[in-house]
Design a protein around this ligand. Sequence first.
Ligand code: UDP
Length: 211
Amino acid sequence: MLIGVYGASGCGRGIMPLLRVQYAQAEFVFIDDGPTPERVNGCDVVDWAGFLARQETEKVVSLAIAAPHIREALDKKRDASGIALIEVRAASVVEMDAVEIGEGACLSPFVTLTSNICIGRCFHANLYSYVEHDCVIGNYVTFAPGVKCNGNVHIEDHAYIGTGAILRQGTSEKPLTIGAGATVGMGAVVTRDVPPGMTVVGNPAKPLIKD
Ligand code: UDP
């Protein structure tokens, strides 16, 4: 099997070693369409056309790019090619009861998913992030390292949650909601719903006013 890690930058270089452990018998390449070196961390780098041209009969891809909309665009391109997605899951990931998770997740070391959680496609949970009980997370959502997502939080598609952000627990009647495409800045403490597309920062988190 040939595994293509799409993205040879910071995110991809964190994902590649996890896949090497998960699939010790596989071959690996980075896929990157940008100006990258021919080899990164001992692996060849090819562009998408180069990956499609590879002759291996079984080829799979991990989308190792943190930006949610880029991940969705690449997922569509991948889907059209018929090449399957592969899940990345560090050995130290903890998953408790009744967790549903869509295709193509990247779960970094020390991620914890507790119980009764529903997560969409291509979720990225970076180092030490957690998702607590009764959360609902949409498609192409990214957690940077150390995100604390407490119980009864709903996160819509394409939201980006920055390093160390804390999302306050909601209730089953009134979950705390992070809207589609919203960005939560690093270290933010989110105590109220965040509307779609908004960027919030600080403690308590407030809309970012750009100068
Ligand atoms: N990239 C790509 N195809 C695309 C968009 C991005 O190959 O359509 C690559 C881009 O060249 C870069 C990587 O994805 O090497 C993204 O790297 P970046 O440092 O921006 O983000 P991260 O690694 O943190 O996700």
